[in-house]
Design a protein around this ligand. Structure first.
Ligand SMILES: [Mg+2]
Length: 279
């Protein structure tokens, strides 16, 4: 049965795919799920999903409109080899890029640039972040796609209040701050996954959006969706974030990714079986 009326939008890192430190396997080794490596970086394995999750995604991607929605740049996204047919639409750079059949859509890019005119320039926010950072814990600093900036930090040495203080400073300038694993992102408020996913839904002609994510940068996506899921780990879990249409999974780590796909499949199937008048 096809379920083409539903668009599935999912964050990738720590929602569908997991690096070794993020797997959070707790069972004895002989009972651990088999893992499929879906990304290598500099010729070494980097990201995984369970084989079961891979089968679920392959099935879902073939009968719904599956849209990966990531903060990764297109270049970082292209390293990932997801199971199933290549997604027609993909959201990269936290909404700054809408890839259509692998190519960045120029109209969407122009639209995004117009939206960002109301925020402080990237150079100003980046300079402030770097002034406030300390060499003891700052490992790397990057600009992504000329749209936003992030720091890679040594979490154990990062002062507890640093991210909050940066967020308090950035808010009035139209920028938000998100801490994910070892990365601290500074992203302008209008740059959202939900806006780019809404554009993909408009172009695909879908009726409903089902979404999953784990971090603050996914909050708008989950909020705008008709149905949403988040794992028991991550920035949203740490703050106890809830919504009436949000299902909070009990699982953490790579098994949460598998469960999200299982429940997305059940929801898409239930939607397809509903009579047209009650959708
Ligand atoms: Mg994530």
């Amino acid at each position: 049965m096809t379920t083409g009326r539903v668009l599935l939008a999912s964050d990738l890192d720590r929602t569908l795919i997991y690096s070794a430190p993020a797997l959070e396997l707790t069972m004895p080794d002989p009972q651990a799920p088999r893992l499929l490596c879906v990304e290598t970086y500099e010729r070494k394995p980097l990201s995984y999903m369970t084989e079961e999750a891979a089968a679920l995604l392959e099935d879902l991607a073939s009968r719904t409109v599956f849209v990966p929605a990531t903060t990764r740049t297109p270049e970082q996204y292209r390293r990932i080899r997801l199971p199933g047919p290549p997604p027609r639409f993909a959201v990269c750079s936290n909404g700054g890029r809408l890839l259509i059949d692998g190519h960045s859509d120029p109209d969407w890019r122009a639209h995004v640039h117009e939206q960002l005119a109301a925020c402080a320039p990237l150079a100003q926010v980046r300079a402030h972040m770097l002034r406030q950072a300390r060499p003891e814990w700052l490992l790397k600093e990057r600009v992504a796609d000329d749209l936003f900036a992030y720091l890679v930090v040594e979490r154990a040495l990062l002062p507890d209040t640093w991210v909050k203080e940066l967020a308090d400073w950035a808010g009035p300038y139209g920028w938000g701050i998100s801490l994910q694993g070892r990365k601290i992102y500074a992203v302008p408020h209008p740059l959202t996954k939900s806006a780019a996913v809404a554009e993909a839904a408009r172009r695909a002609g879908t009726e409903r959006v089902h979404a999953a994510g784990d971090s603050l940068l996914d909050a708008d996506l989950l909020q705008a969706a008709d149905l949403a899921w988040r794992p028991a780990h991550g920035e949203l879990a740490d703050s106890g974030w809830q919504l009436p249409h949000l299902r909070v999974l009990p699982q953490r780590g790579v098994l949460a990714g598998e469960q999200i796909l299982r429940e997305m499949k059940d929801a898409a199937t239930a939607q397809a079986e509903r009579p047209a008048s009650r959708r």
